[in-house]
Design a protein around this ligand. Sequence first.
Ligand code: 9WN
Length: 412
Amino acid sequence: MDVTALDQQARKILRGNDRGGYTVPTDGLYPYQWNWDSAFAAWGFAQFDVERAWAELETLVSGQWSNGMIPHILFHKPDPGYFPGPDVWGTEGKGPVLSSGITQPPVAATFALATHEADPEAGLPRLRALYPKLRDWHRWFMTWRCEDGMIFVTHPWEAGRDNCPDWDTAMAAIDPVGVGEYTRRDTSHVDPAMRPTKEDYDRYIWLVQRGKRLGWDDAAMADDMPFKVADPTMTFILLRACRDLGRMADLLGEDRAEIDGWIDRLTEGAGRLRNGKGVFDAINLNTGAHSGHLSCASYLCWYAGIESEDMLACLDKAFEDTPYTIPSHAFGTEEFNPKRYWRGPIWGILNTLTGIGLAEMGHEDRAARLRRATADLIAEHGFAEYFDPLTGEPAGGGTFTWTAAIWLAWAS
Ligand code: 9WN
């Protein structure tokens, strides 16, 4: 493996996807600033250009709504290559930048702290300016997306795991009546067999149309939610991000009592996501049923500081089940599909968060194994959006920002 050449390639991808203060996930397929992609980009930039890393995070929080929410997409410049664009979301006037009406996993606080660590002295004022915005965003989660300590999503895109089987029952309960005709753009960029189905998209767009009709008003939306699923991605990531926000508060001399309260609530909530088999999964809050699915999000427990012998056993089995690890949905299940997006393929960013958690909780061997496996995948198959766990083949978009970022910050 030629690490230097790969490092250079990764830096080139980040620079190439830079649109001036923000990075797109990949040219063509995703032409805007996505929330968690952008936070990973900042972490990648922090390895060689700290100033650019701060700019990424600052542009991200510049899209914050007055209710504290930081949207999942910021539409800085119109681009016909992506659907649904700003007109479909209809959020005009809700925030300072045209945006979507939902959020995404809050990894930003964690990567802001990492960016600060890259240059603590110069970074302190930048961290100080970001802190209240990140705190308000976390407060918004705790106010509008928290039930019994679990963070729920109101749209599959909110979790960042668009078509994973965890949503199947909640999606099936939606009748996308009146959704109308629309033209997808994603399937003109990549093979439709790697993307969500039309049935999925009808429901994605139907949910967006509903939000638009309700003016994206939190209280109005909270009444009778057609899609309300407690999610391990969001719950574990927010719990971790609150721990890091607390560290930030300590550094800045801010009071952290409110944050500690959130950490307690989320720790309790995370425990509720454990199903009868000891696996952390999603719960459809409209029915109370666990999904019963082992997914890449199940393994984020360590990242959130939660130990689990059952999950260690699942991980050991995952290492044996497929040549490449960790599939986004468990191998050997009915739903497993090695190419279709979040129903099987490996996502380097999830491996990264899991690896960080494992190492922190004392499972260094497993963390190193996962890191090596991820590095090999990238070295052999490129900086793809995701990878086939059976063959390692690259899938989805190429020259992907977050794959380059995790290479620089973690895998290499
Ligand atoms: C919808 C940008 C985003 C990621 C998500 C991933 C995918 C979008 C899409 O791409 O979602 O938000 O159109 O498929 O699922 O995690 O942030 O890379």
